[in-house]
Design a protein around this ligand. Structure first.
Ligand code: ATP
Ligand code: MG
Length: 413
């Protein structure tokens, strides 16, 4: 029996597919943001005045898009880049990122802003107006400009109904129109509905400068993942097919969420799965395992398959076996049918005709047990391709075999 030390040191010294896993984490700021070039350009346009005529006006933009569409990362990359470009032009500009999920009230937000800027304000005793003034005075004293990003702004609006808090923030200079404008805003929200929750006087402030972040297509996710992989993984440990498979799982054009966050998380987990088996390269089966971890609701699949009839189950087993044989993400319906015929013989069942088999496949697709697509390049002729992404095949195979045997035993009784 191995000693604890052997076991642990074995794991510690075993090679990993990762070169630098942190490059896949949400905190990492990449050099490039594929498919967010236009959003960066719009941001630059919105804040151009800050460089050409600093202090002249308060700039405000709203970034809107669903989860994982790159709002936070784009805002941070923009803030970092424009600050350093401003400094080249002799303008002191600081980007401040506040998460409104953590700081939900105006005083909390003002405290976070002050803290980020290194401005002391007493923990209590000041009104929000006084806090605001303290910040503005100190900015004047330091001749410093700021872009303040209020991320997850939806939370702020929903915990502060009405718009007076937002008003205090964006209209800080209303009483002193000639004062140098030192604060600017980026509001970040999942839905543009937050604007409707604000009073018209406040919301008209925003509508001019809404920058939208549409969900990513699978092609776009592929580019984002491919850009990140050489930084995070050792060369050659992750095949192009695997990357494409993840991109297809999440692409908005393929019924996925369009979230780069989910795609990156699956990639991390798939790498970890490869590492846990000490395999040295990432497979599609690693991705299936990762997919279930990242989206635990997929475990529901177990319940769904229990309701299937015998021939659905035989067909599902055929699909699983074909996928395992080929080691691919998708297989042709013809190959599945061959395996199905063999299974029917093994279990002494009369095989169903092609049209019926096709119906069963569509049933299981509608139940989201399997995925289908039409063959594109790489396959000769047009054919239906079938894949399973919602469960590791080994686990699923065992379960389906068990169900088939129970059904047959039930019939025999
Ligand atoms: N175009 C892109 N290029 C490179 N990485 C991206 C891109 N878009 C998103 N990412 C990465 O995807 C992950 C999620 O992005 P981000 O956190 O910016 O999403 P979000 O829109 O703020 O989502 P949420 O609304 O859930 O906060 C991050 O790791 C980010 O680095
Ligand atoms: Mg975000």
């Amino acid at each position: 029996m191995s000693s604890a030390e052997d076991i642990i040191s074995d794991v510690l010294s075993s090679p990993s597919v990762f070169k630098d896993k942190a490059k896949l984490y949400p905190e990492y700021l990449p050099q490039r943001l594929p498919h967010r070039e236009n959003q960066l350009k719009s941001l630059a346009n919105a804040f151009k005045n800050l460089i050409t005529n600093p202090g002249e006006s308060v700039q405000k933009v709203v970034l809107v898009g669903s989860y994982g569409t790159g709002k936070t990362v784009t805002s941070r990359v923009f803030g970092k880049t424009i600050s350093s470009l401003a400094s080249n032009s002799g303008i002191k500009l600081k980007y401040v990122h506040v998460n409104c999920y953590k700081a939900r009230t105006l005083p909390q937000i003002l405290h976070s802003i002050a803290k980020e800027l290194g401005i002391y304000i007493p923990p209590r005793g000041l009104s929000t107006q006084e806090m605001m003034r303290a910040i503005l005075d100190e900015l004047d004293r330091r001749k410093l400009y700021t872009i303040i990003a209020l991320d997850e702004f939806d939370y702020f609006v929903s915990s502060n109904p009405g718009s007076s808090s937002t008003y205090t923030l964006v209209r800080a200079y209303d009483d002193e129109p000639h004062r140098t404008k030192r604060i600017n805003f980026i509001f970040i929200a999942r839905s543009s509905q937050v604007l409707d929750l604000l009073e018209p006087a406040t919301s008209t402030f925003f509508v001019k400068n809404i920058i939208r972040f549409p969900p990513y297509s699978s092609g776009e996710l592929y580019d984002i993942l491919s850009d990140r992989i050489p930084l995070a993984f050792h060369e050659g440990v992750i095949d192009d097919n695997v990357v494409r498979y993840i991109a297809d799982l999440e692409g908005a054009d393929k019924d996925g969420s369009g979230s780069a966050r989910t795609a990156l998380e699956i990639l991390v987990r798939a790498g970890e799965s490869a590492d846990s088996e000490g395999r040295g390269y990432v497979t599609i089966e690693d991705v299936r395992k990762a997919h279930v971890i990242v989206k635990p609701e997929l475990a529901m699949l177990q319940d769904t398959i229990e309701a299937l009839g015998l021939h659905h189950l035989l067909l599902l087993l055929a699909i699983i076996k074909t996928l395992k044989d080929k080691g691919e993400g998708f297989v042709r319906i013809g190959d599945v049918e061959e395996n199905y015929h063999m299974l029917c013989e093994n279990f002494r069942q009369k095989k169903r005709k092609h049209t019926q088999v096709y119906t069963y496949i569509m049933d299981m697709r509608n139940m989201k047990i399997i995925q289908t697509k039409t063959s594109g390049k790489g396959f000769r002729g047009k054919s239906t391709l079938i894949g399973i992404s919602n469960a590791p095949l080994d686990v699923l195979e065992k379960k389906v075999e068990e169900l088939i045997e129970n059904k047959l035993a039930g019939e025999a009784r």
